[in-house]
Design a binder for this molecule. Structure first.
Ligand SMILES: [Zn+2]
Length: 340
């Protein structure tokens, strides 16, 4: 089968890989219908995340089940399924508390590489959620978005305690930030402030429900959020970048007693103790437990209440994955969908 492999920073190739087979009796094998390039795939692409030797890529996927192991009970061949970037048993104490991304038996899908024609999904019963039937073609991008960016944006909004009557600011205009805007609207936020300086992304943010767009960053960006919130700061802020600047922007834009949902994968972020102590904000974040939200998100997509698939502004055949990475690296594309 064909699959994307990163050989060195900036060097992604689609090549023949050994087709995965059932390893554990709890596995499923799926034929991937759509996969994509993640903002987090860019960290190794830039050489920021180190890796040794060729590395299969990809952790987002939707597809049709081809085969299941002997202990799989809930998932069946022929089903169309959505899973998240961590496989999880969905039965341990951590999973039952809603934190499937920290499941005691979790498996990182990125290590298996889903930018491929076929993928092995460990812990299939806990990991995969089947759609009611085979989806129409036009719903596949949104279902794929649920696999990561939508689930992550949704968790960011939930962690920021978004709700009716609340003002939420979103730091970051990547696919996750934009999905957080959509999530905030769906969760009933009254005012949604998107922070973005890219015109096409601003436009999509407005389409997804942003009521205000702020172009400024740093202290100026914080000052603008305060201006829009009677000098108090937002009730909730979603941090969807993962840098020092974005994290401080989030903390300083939140009012005392407010909540920050931080879902950008942190790279070199160091928060000084004073900056934690004095603002009196709640911090909740980390790798999103997407599995917790999948049934609800699939229902919202199936009933066409949300169209998160709009974050995919470039579709390429899997064989052209290298161009997909390049387009995201150069910010020519918000998010790239790959068709195996
Ligand atoms: Zn678990």
């Amino acid at each position: 089968m064909r699959g994307a492999v990163m050989h060195a920073p900036g060097d992604v190739r689609v090549q023949d890989r050994e087709a995965p087979a059932i390893v554990d009796p709890t596995d499923a094998i799926i034929r991937v219908s759509a996969t994509c390039v993640c903002g987090s795939d860019l960290w190794p692409y830039w050489g920021v995340d180190r890796f040794d030797g060729p590395m299969p890529m990809g952790h987002e996927y939707v597809g049709v089940v081809e085969e299941v192991g002997s202990e799989v009970r809930l998932i069946e061949p022929g089903q169309f399924v959505v899973g998240s970037f961590f496989a999880s048993d969905n039965t341990c104490e951590i999973c039952r508390a809603g934190y499937q991304s920290s499941c005691v038996n979790r498996v990182a899908m990125g290590a298996l590489g889903t930018q491929a024609q076929v993928a092995r999904i460990p812990l299939a019963d806990g990991t995969l959620v089947a759609t009611p039937e085979q989806p129409p073609e036009d719903l596949i991008p949104s279902l794929l978005a649920a696999s990561d960016v939508l689930g992550t944006g949704w968790f960011g909004a939930v962690a920021a305690e978004v709700g009716p009557g609340k003002t939420v600011a979103i730091v970051g205009d990547g696919a996750v930030g934009l999905c957080a805007v959509l999530s905030a609207r769906q969760l009933g936020a009254e005012r949604i402030i998107a922070m973005s300086r890219h015109e096409p992304r601003q436009q999509l943010a407005r389409e997804f429900g942003a009521t205000d767009v702020i172009e400024q960053r740093g202290d100026e960006g914080v000052a603008r959020v305060k201006e829009l919130t009677d000098g108090l700061g937002a009730h909730g802020v979603v941090e969807a970048v993962g840098t020092q600047e974005s994290m401080m922007q989030a903390i300083r834009s939140t009012r005392p007693g407010g909540h920050i949902g931080y879902v950008g994968v942190a790279h070199g972020v160091e928060v000084p103790g004073e900056e934690l102590f004095w603002p009196q904000v709640h911090l909740h974040g980390g790798p999103a437990p997407v599995r917790q939200f999948l049934p609800e998100l699939i229902d919202l997509i199936w009933t066409r209440q949300i169209d998160a698939g709009k974050v995919f502004d470039l579709v390429l055949p899997l064989d052209e994955a290298a161009e997909g990475y390049k387009a995201m690296d150069e910010r020519r594309a918000i998010k790239v969908l790959l068709t195996p």
